[in-house]
Design a protein around this ligand. Structure first.
Ligand code: NDP
Ligand code: MG
Ligand code: MG
Length: 330
């Protein structure tokens, strides 16, 4: 089994007496900065002029500066703005303030791995990538728990980059759950593959295909919604708690028989071949090139698809049904 590291393996003192800049205050940014502050570290937020999230950061008691000033004032600079914006912000505001001995950090390897950001060799470059959405990184920290994370070192100028990464993982709560060492390449490629093929792309298309099949056959769309979307959470909770075994223990034997005979008809050999091609597009850099190009063109495909997805009938029925379940928060 791969070696997991926990709080006993990390030394947060490495970050005490240092200033940590968190660039961006979005999903990951708010979680990292508030968790680190509550872990006793000196944190400053770097944001652009006219930033909507600056008010939120200030209201939470954090000091907010321009990106350049935050980078200048800090020893560790964690970049938590959207991946496609990092290169230009890095070049204009961070690089000029990256003095030898500082550390540059990421929560995803995209820009380093695909050569968009090339930091100088006298700076430490590491990654701490929580394996969960930012809002959970924050919520579970407050509950005394943590979201597991991956860490990696791209450049070890100080000889302490690996220890710093572990200290950082501890400060955001991840070392409570376990952190696993990886490389920028492995994290980037597996993260992109997971979100595309399974977690986001795979899951939404599977839900839509199931919903559409039932509705087209004349079943009520409310029934189709409960069956194909709502109940998925309950199944995933069982998977999360106890793997396939616990899920299959809890479902009926009829469901388990259906699982064995039908699952492979839906996710079949052709699907597996396509997954392999998806992975190849990620490994070759084809996906990254397309995404960066899409941004340069003003996101025509992204925006059109986002709009089209909002017109799918599952959106309206979902709003209505969730509206009736007061315990589900939007
Ligand atoms: P968000 O989209 O939530 O980041 C938005 C933040 O970035 C806002 O505070 C926004 O400010 C700020 N921002 C946008 N443009 C600029 C700019 N030009 N200069 C300064 N600040 C700017 O990002 P995520 O948290 O989703 O992602 C951050 C990193 O974490 C990425 O590398 C991502 O891959 C990684 N990651 C994300 C996960 C997630 O849960 N979302 C999971 C694991 C890793 P404003 O709104 O005020 O304009
Ligand atoms: Mg990702
Ligand atoms: Mg991910």
């Amino acid at each position: 089994m791969a070696k997991m590291y926990y709080e006993k393996d990390a030394d947060m003192n490495l970050l005490k007496g240092k200033k940590v800049a968190v660039i961006g205050y979005g999903s990951q940014g708010h979680a990292h900065s508030l968790n680190m502050k509550e872990s006793g570290l000196d944190v400053v937020i770097g944001l652009h002029a006219g930033s909507k999230s600056a008010q939120k950061a200030k209201a939470a008691g954090l000091e907010v500066m321009s990106v350049a000033d935050a980078a200048k004032a800090s020893d560790v600079i964690m970049i938590l703005i959207p991946d496609e914006k990092q290169k230009s912000v890095y070049e204009s505001e961070i690089a000029p303030n990256l003095k030898a001995g500082k550390a540059l950090a990421f929560a995803h390897g995209f820009n380093i791995h695909f050569g968009q950001i090339n930091p100088p060799s006298d700076v430490d470059v590491f990654m701490v990538a929580p394996k969960g959405p930012g809002h959970l990184v924050r919520r579970v920290y407050q509950e005394g728990k943590g979201v597991p994370a991956l860490f990696a070192v791209h450049n070890d100028a100080s000889g302490k980059a690996r220890d710093m990464a572990m200290a950082y993982a501890m400060a955001i709560g991840s070392a409570r759950a376990g952190v696993l060492e990886t490389t920028f390449k492995e994290e980037t490629e597996t993260d992109l593959f997971g979100e595309q093929a399974v977690l986001c792309g795979g899951a939404t298309e599977l839900i839509k295909a199931g919903f559409d099949t039932l509705v087209a056959a004349g079943y009520q769309k409310e029934v189709a919604y409960f069956e194909c979307l709502h109940e998925l959470k309950l199944i995933v909770d069982l998977l999360y708690e106890g793997g396939f075994e616990k899920m299959r223990y809890s479902i009926s034997d009829t469901a388990e028989y259906g699982d064995y005979v039908t699952g492979k008809r839906v996710v079949n050999e052709e699907t597996r071949k396509e997954m392999k091609r998806v992975l190849e597009d990620i490994q070759s850099g084809e996906f990254a090139r397309n995404w960066l190009l899409e941004n340069m063109l003003g996101r025509p495909m992204f925006n059109a698809t986002k709009q089209k997805e909002l017109e799918h009938p599952i959106v309206e029925v979902g709003k209505e049904l969730r509206g009736m379940m007061s315990w589900i928060k939007e």
